[in-house]
Structure formats: structure tokens, C-alpha cells
Design a protein around this ligand. Structure first.
Ligand SMILES: *Cc1c(COP(=O)(O)O)cnc(C)c1O
Length: 364
């Protein structure tokens, strides 16, 4: 079976570095909020083109903490996409704010600016962009749209590690960027992890308190925070894995290029290609097919695993049926959810496996 991910196939050299990192932490006797976290935060901030980085427990907490750190909460509306991981929207709700769901551009699966404009009300405080599948696009449009509307821009970068627009990395275009280091993400930990990157010292300061029970100095609490810290073992191992991120990203882009050149089936559509290589880090490679379920079954019989990202848009999830949305509806998100299918796209896939996937898709 050609899998969607295969961590066991990662280089032995990387595994050895991860084990050394874990051993270093265990022998240090310091496990939470220590030097490993500081070192990783420094490196990740630099790679993200942001002066500040705060390691947190996971990507969803990074988004919640980000909103709370800028003072967005009860009574405030945040516009975001219905075609995303449920965690994007759940984090807005956890921050106490009201998510409003806009529709997507069917060519990319990303938020449609015209739909977002229709969602703006006097209560709108910001737009949470999701760099879905690893794509960063049209950031000039989003920056000027938010500026004109007098609202803030936030970035969910959980799928877009070091994707960039005009040389500026994901997470550095708005007030903050939220990253996830869930194992399958482009930079993944062997466990849960996340980070908030920001250019704002005040936001970094507030976030550093919020992740630690709202503590300002030991046993003094200025806020009602969370317990959401990136622990030393995860930070140390993430540092080891960060050394490989550029190599792995290049490989994902090369895999995607082969799919783009090789997939030739009138029943199968591809999403729009990125304008520049740096605009897409291919966390996922979705294809579109009217008979998506048939294609998925066909691939399985040809030994190819596939997954749907995502089968149910957020506005059709049980707790979100009455959530506010574009008055014109979310037809593009609904169609995308009914037709999208992600095929294996990860750094360890071999050239012959790529050819086998292309062959199976074209034979459908
Ligand atoms: C994975 C993901 C999240 C949540 O990250 P966790 O670390 O699992 O909490 C949020 N948004 C998007 C787009 C994701 O892909």
C-alpha cells in the first residue's frame, strides 16, 4: 500500500538526531519552559520572518491564544473559511468570538475575497486566512482588503510551514500566524505542538502569559489563561527536524510537479498551480473528481491510500449548523467537499511510487 505518510521511512540520520535530542532533555532534568524551547522559538521566529515566536501546546491553542492576545473575544466577529480543519473555527469559538464563514475560490480551495466582503458587519474584527494545503496566495489583496475595511488579518499556517508570498513567509503578513506541529504537518513533532509568531511585542508578551495560566511572574496571575506549553522534548526534537524542513519541502514540491505533469484524466481536475514555487509547500495534494468515492475505492484496489480534506465543510458540522455565513451561501465549499481527494504527497514517497499513483489515477 502506498501510504499518505510514512514516518518509519524517514532518514536514519534524522531519527538518530531526534533520539539524541530526546536524550539531551531527559539528562538535563528540565522539561517545561527551558532552554530547548527558547532555542527552538528563536530559530522558528527567524525562519518565519517574525521577531517573536511562542511555543504552545498545539495549533488550535495557538489560534485561540492569538485572538485572546489581541483582545478579540465575546461580541467580536471573525470571518474565516468553511473549508478548513474544524480546529480553525473551533479556536475562534474557544476564544469567545463569533466565527462567520465565507466561501472559497473553487480553483484553489482558499477563501474568496468577494465572499469575505459580503460577510463584513460593524462587529467584524478580522479575517482568519487559512493557507489550505500549503498555499499562500494573493497576500497583497488580503492586506489591502483588511486595511480598507479597518479590520485585522490573521493567518492559520498549520498547513503552510515556510510557504511564502513575494519572499515573505506565512505568518508574517498580518497581526500573527499560528502554526501546528501535529505529526503529519510539514514540520511535525512526535506528539502535539504549536507556535504563534508575531511582529507585535505586546501580543507576544500577552501570549507568553496566556499559555502559562495567565501568570505574569511566578504565582501572580494577570489573566485567566490556559495551560498550553510546548514542552522541552518536543522543542528539542522539532529543532532536529527543522534541519530537514527545506529538504523535505523541496521533495514535496518535486512530487507535486510530477503529479501535475503526469495526471492526465478528463475525469480528474487539479487545483490551480502556484504562481511561484515558494507559494506552495504541498502539505497535501488534492485532486477533484465528480465520482470521488469511486476514485477513492479504485485507488485502494490499486494499492494507493487517499484521504478527504475535508468531507464535511464546517457549516455542515452538527454544532455549526446555525453559524453565520455569506448571505449568498457556501456552494463552492460544498462542491469542493463533495469532490476533493488527497493523494499521497510526502517527502519519503519514492519515484516509482509516484509513477504508480499517477498510473492508478489515469486508469480510473
Ligand atoms: C492541523 C490544523 C489545525 C490544528 O492544529 P492542531 O495542532 O492539531 O491543534 C488548525 N488549522 C489547520 C488548517 C490545520 O490543518
Amino acid at each position: 500500500m502506498i501510504l499518505m505518510n510514512d514516518f518509519k521511512a524517514e532518514p536514519e540520520e534524522l531519527k538518530a538526531a531526534e533520539i539524541r535530542a530526546g536524550e539531551r532533555v531527559i539528562r538535563s532534568g528540565w522539561y517545561i519552559l527551558g532552554n530547548e524551547l527558547k532555542a527552538f522559538e528563536g530559530r522558528w521566529a527567524e525562519r518565519c520572518g517574525s521577531p517573536h515566536c511562542l511555543g504552545v501546546g498545539n495549533g488550535m491553542d495557538a489560534i485561540e491564544i492569538g485572538f485572546r492576545a489581541v483582545g478579540i473575544g465575546p461580541g467580536d466577529e471573525v470571518i474565516t473559511t468553511s473549508m478548513t480543519a474544524f480546529a480553525s473555527v473551533l479556536a475562534v469559538i474557544r476564544a469567545g468570538a463569533t466565527p462567520i464563514l465565507a466561501d472559497i475560490d473553487p480553483e484553489t480551495g482558499l477563501l474568496d475575497p468577494n465572499s469575505v466582503k459580503r460577510c463584513i458587519t460593524p462587529k467584524t474584527k478580522g479575517v482568519l486566512l487559512v493557507h489550505l494545503y500549503g498555499q499562500v496566495r494573493a497576500m497583497d489583496t488580503w492586506v489591502s482588503l483588511c486595511k480598507e475595511a479597518g479590520i485585522s488579518l490573521f493567518e492559520d499556517c498549520a498547513q503552510a510551514h515556510l510557504a511564502a508570498w513575494k519572499g515573505k513567509p506565512a505568518g508574517s503578513h498580518g497581526e500573527w500566524g499560528a502554526y501546528s506541529f501535529y505529526p503529519t504537518k510539514n514540520l511535525g513533532a512526535p506528539g502535539d505542538g504549536g507556535a504563534l509568531v508575531t511582529h507585535r511585542a505586546d501580543v507576544a508578551d500577552k501570549a507568553s502569559r496566556l499559555r502559562n495560566y495567565g501568570q505574569s511572574k511566578r504565582y501572580y496571575h494577570s489573566d485567566l489563561g490556559l495551560n498550553s506549553r510546548l514542552d522541552e522534548i518536543q522543542a528539542a526534537i522539532l529543532s532536529a527536524r527543522l534541519d530537514w524542513l527545506d529538504v523535505f519541502t523541496k521533495r514535496r514540491q518535486a512530487v507535486a510537479e510530477r503529479y501535475r505533469n503526469g495526471i492526465r484524466n478528463p475525469k480528474v481536475l487539479l487545483l490551480a498551480a502556484p504562481l511561484e514555487t515558494e507559494n506552495h509547500v504541498y502539505h497535501l495534494f488534492p485532486i477533484l473528481c465528480k465520482d470521488r468515492d469511486g476514485l477513492m475505492a479504485h485507488l485502494k484496489t490499486h494499492g494507493v491510500e487517499s484521504l478527504i480534506h475535508y468531507p464535511v465543510p464546517v457549516h455542515e458540522q452538527e454544532p455549526c449548523l446555525r453559524i453565520g455565513r455569506d448571505p449568498k451561501g457556501l456552494a463552492a465549499a460544498e462542491k469542493h467537499a463533495a469532490t476533493c481527494l488527497s493523494i499521497p504527497c510526502y517527502p519519503q514517497i519514492t519515484d516509482s511510487q509516484i509513477e504508480a499513483v499517477i498510473g492508478a489515477v489515469n486508469a480510473f
